[in-house]
Design a protein around this ligand. Structure first.
Ligand code: ADP
Ligand code: MG
Ligand code: MG
Length: 878
């Protein structure tokens, strides 16, 4: 044997556990074959072959080619058909299939193996020339589109033109001669575009298609999808080559997709759609409107019974809701795919909880089943019911993905992205969506389509993203050219506001106000309660106001990990005192201004302590550079100068004096307190004063935690801490009560990580500020990285945004270093993280493994973090 690696597997050689090698689709086809289900035979070219293709400079090595053709010969033997033989042709599909299901990858090619001679034989053999030519025109279109990049829209235009010439509306009304004519026109288009004849050799067609699948792993859409879903580039995709079965043979044939449970609600009942006399993607592409699966029970009772039996077996086998594709060829059922079905967050919770009740899953397994990120969809606003009552329904589509969305109408994915980038909320309105729209769909508040059912691309992708979607509203007339659509006699231009309800399918011709979500529902409550039993990380919220604190509590936060004090200064009533403090030219004046701010701060802290009912609250001292509080426009400068009783020129000079070349690395954080200890003194007074006031009320005993930001050296920590301790001890003594308090630091400078053993001598706790730590470690800022990160993704230098998902290799190593050094000096040091990463599931897993005590994130992500922490603990017990 020349090569020892096996690059091709027959379905019968694989099984469901081989998804890394065979991809999800291939592994499940193998598994279904092994279960004795009716799967058309075929083979899988492995993900390793894909990796090898890239290693070989984008070429399929002769060894791998030989292996493919050996398996093709086996397939010929098994089916008794022959590739390229007009007397008895073997036709195959070529299907991509990565480890994780990935829209945005290559479209499937069906009916491969046809050419002018084979199609004639195929027509004779089946006695159905119309069918043979229908298959042929589909093949030419798919191959040209997918392999040779002649846009399928061009072919659809020819098809529409042909139908218009004939005065018909449905593809099924085309007769054999029409289809022959279409084949001729399609080939002419191909030749005009490619300067070559359409390839006639089936083996060449096959190899070119396999290469196209491998290439598609690296296309822009796939790269965007991978980044959104943290799928590593080096996984590669597998290719499935499978003998064809035909749903387009006539009235006893058809094709469909179905779920074992309702993917929108989780309800336990077969849910799906099918089309008679149709092939492959016809159902999902929204070409014709399909029939609900329940109708199959009347139309073909035996097939329905067999299918529903298979569906039940598959669900029990995989112990999860399945999403299946099937084709009926002349009354015989074939299974073409099964996978764990994508579902809405509500459905995910219901299915997980139901499967526990049905005895199929344990509580632990159920906790691992629900994707934490998905919960997000449940945590966001719904339409205000009162406002909804007052609003007339303009039209109705299918309730394809639940949620409430309101925004300005746009008509292309690019526009959606552009409008979103300038801060607009948009509703993407399309005839139908396709994988190239993925980025636009991601940023849209909601998606509205004219065509397509509950399993259309728009519906499936929107549910996966947790984005609201109404699909298949046929009454809408879209005019892409004029960027407008008409519904119920009203015309909406780009930029006009509409609202859509993905739970009812209703469309409203205006902005409808929304109200916060209710997460106390039964399934949610049960699952998150199981999760809470298993996690070892505590989950806190980042909250600056009593309102945010209450929101965090409502979502289950066990404390506040980051209370930023500067946000309190921006309010109308306080900013003036703050500015007075900044322009003060003496310590005495500064103290006078600070004294004005103090009561506000103390009041805020009291509110937060009350809202948290005695749970831990970590208050961070003033952090941003002072110029952020000062005006920039001349008219504001004049007005404020007058307010402050200084000349505009003086204020201008102060502002100029505060100018910094690199403010994020400038005079901020604890450096402010080193220059102006009176700021730390005032803030300590407010924190301790609030704690004393609340403790004196007698309901809770508060133990304040003060966090010094941006420490990089133990001596600066000690300097600020001395001010805090001196002030706090004096106040506590004056109050005549007993109160413990802690002074800790935020770890956000690489030097702090490297000298954490020294810093831990002074700091009672560390809280990793991973936003700044990421910024300082990479040496680029979150606000500027957007400009160049795209080129880094394209060049495969970085695979994901380090500000969204923690860079475990670099920043993670600093975190681990700081944990180890900190514990060396202070074994009981309390460890947390309060950056954006605290609510990101893969980062949470890392923090669990790193041995932190808690994560803190924005209130809306608290439930996500709770579930992610439980999953981390179940996967990596500590
Ligand atoms: P996707 O990953 O986009 O779902 P698939 O590879 O599953 O792509 O195929 C697209 C469509 O073609 C599906 O409807 C599928 O059932 C159908 N199909 C794929 N292979 C065959 C085949 N061998 N015979 C008949 N239909 C097929
Ligand atoms: Mg597809
Ligand atoms: Mg499929």
């Amino acid at each position: 044997m020349a090569n020892t690696v096996q690059y091709v597997y027959f379905f019968s050689e694989g099984n469901g556990s081989m998804r890394e090698l065979l991809g999800g689709k291939g592994a499940n086809l193998a598994e279904m074959s092994n279960l004795g289900m009716p799967v058309p035979p075929g083979f899988t070219i492995t993900t390793e072959a894909c990796t090898q293709y890239y290693n070989d400079g984008k070429a399929i090595s002769s060894d791998i080619q030989a292996e493919i053709f050996t398996y093709l010969a086996k397939l010929e033997q098994l089916t008794g058909k022959q590739f390229g033989n007009p007397e008895n042709p073997l036709l195959v599909s070529v299907r991509s299939g990565a480890r994780a299901s990935m829209p945005g990858m290559m479209d499937t090619i069906l009916n491969l193996g046809l050419n002018d001679t084979v199609v004639e034989g195929f027509a004779r053999l089946t006695g159905n020339p119309r069918f043979a030519y229908d298959s042929y025109r589909r093949f030419i279109q798919m191959f040209a589109d997918v392999v040779m990049e002649v846009s399928k829209k061009r072919f659809e235009e020819i098809l529409d033109q042909k139908k218009a010439e004939k005065g018909i509306t449905e593809d099924t009304q085309l007769d054999t001669e029409d289809l022959k004519d279409l084949v001729a026109r399609f080939k002419a288009l191909y030749k005009a575009e490619k300067n070559a004849d359409f390839p006639t050799d089936p083996k060449e067609q096959l190899l070119e298609s396999v290469k196209a699948v491998f290439r598609s792993w690296d296309n822009p859409r796939a790269n965007v999808y991978r980044r959104m879903n943290e799928i590593p580039y080096d996984w590669g995709t597998a290719v499935n080559v499978q003998s064809m079965v035909f749903g387009n043979m006539g009235e006893t044939s058809g094709t469909g997709v179905a779920f074992t449970r309702n993917p929108a609600t989780g309800e336990k009942a077969l849910f799906g759609e099918y089309l008679i006399n149709a092939q492959g993607e016809d159902v999902v592409a929204g070409v014709r409107t399909p029939s609900p699966i329940s109708r199959l029970a009347e139309e073909m009772p035996a097939v329905y019974a067999q299918f529903s039996d298979i569906a039940t077996r598959l669900e029990q086998h995989y112990k999860d809701m399945q999403d299946m594709e099937f084709t009926i060829e002349n009354g015989t059922l074939f299974m073409l795919q099964t996978r764990n079905g994508k579902r809405t967050a509500a459905a995910a919770l219901k299915v997980a909880v139901d499967l526990v009740d049905e005895g199929m899953l344990t509580e632990k397994q159920a906790v691992l089943r629900v994707e934490p990120k998905q919960l997000d969809a449940l945590l966001h606003p719904q339409f205000d019911p009162a406002a909804l009552k007052r609003t007339a329904v303009l039209g109705r589509g299918l309730a394809a993905s639940p949620g409430a969305a309101c925004g300005k109408v746009v008509f292309t994915a690019e526009d959606a992205k552009a409008w979103h980038d300038r801060g607009e909320q948009v509703i993407l309105v399309r005839l139908e969506t396709s994988p190239e729209d993925i980025e636009g769909m991601q940023v849209a508040q909601g998606i509205l389509t004219v065509r397509g059912g509950m399993t259309s691309h728009a519906a499936v992708v929107a549910r996966g993203m947790g984005t609201c979607c109404v699909s298949g509203c046929g009454e809408i007339a879209v005019d892409y050219g004029k960027k407008q659509f008409t519904l119920a006699g009203r015309t909406f231009h780009e930029g006009e506001e509409i609202s859509i309800d993905g739970s009812t399918g209703n469309i409203y011709g205006e902005a409808v106000p929304t109200v916060p979500a209710n997460v106390a529902s039964g399934d949610f409550g049960r699952l998150i309660a199981w999760a809470d039993q298993y996690r070892s990380l505590e989950v806190y919220a980042n909250a600056d106001t009593p309102k945010d604190a209450a929101q965090g509590r409502a979502f289950g936060a066990e404390g506040i990990g980051l209370c930023r004090t500067e946000h309190m200064f921006f309010e109308e009533s306080r900013i003036k005192a703050m500015r007075e403090m900044i322009v003060a030219d003496s310590t005495a004046n500064r103290k006078r201004a600070l004294a004005k701010i103090m009561p506000y701060q103390q009041g805020d802290f009291e509110g937060i302590y009350e809202a948290m009912e005695g749970r831990p609250v970590v208050i961070r001292f003033l952090d941003p550079p002072l110029h952020e509080f000062l005006p920039t426009k001349q008219e504001d400068i004049d007005e404020i100068a007058a307010d402050l009783g200084v000349t505009a020129a003086h204020l201008q000079a102060v502002i100029e004096g505060l100018h910094e070349f690199n403010p994020m690395m400038g005079h901020r954080g604890c450096r402010l307190a080193v220059s102006y200890p009176e700021i730390a003194e005032m803030q300590t007074t407010a924190v301790i004063g609030a704690a004393i006031a609340v403790t004196k009320k007698g309901t809770y005993r508060i133990e304040p935690q003060i966090m010094i930001p941006l420490v990089g050296e133990v001596k600066e920590m000690k300097f600020v801490k001395d001010v805090v301790v001196e002030t706090a001890d004096r106040l506590i003594a004056q109050a005549g009560i007993e109160m413990r308090y802690q002074v800790g630091t935020m770890i956000e400078i690489p030097r702090a990580c490297l000298t954490a053993d020294e810093i831990a001598r002074e700091a009672a706790f560390f809280s990793f500020g991973t936003n700044d730590l990421t910024q300082m470690t990479f040496g680029f800022s979150r606000d500027d990285a957007g400009k160049f990160l795209d080129s880094y993704y394209d060049a495969k230098i970085y695979e994901s945004d380090p500000f969204a998902h923690l860079d475990q290799k670099g920043v993670g190593k600093l975190v681990e270093t700081a944990v180890a050094l900190g514990k060396k000096t202070r074994p009981d040091i309390h460890l947390g993280i309060c950056g954006e990463h605290g609510g990101d599931p893969s980062s949470v897993e890392f923090f669990h493994k790193a041995g932190l005590d808690y994560v803190s994130c924005s209130p809306f992500r608290v439930p996500i973090a709770r579930l992610a922490a439980a999953q981390a603990a179940l996967k990596y017990p500590r």
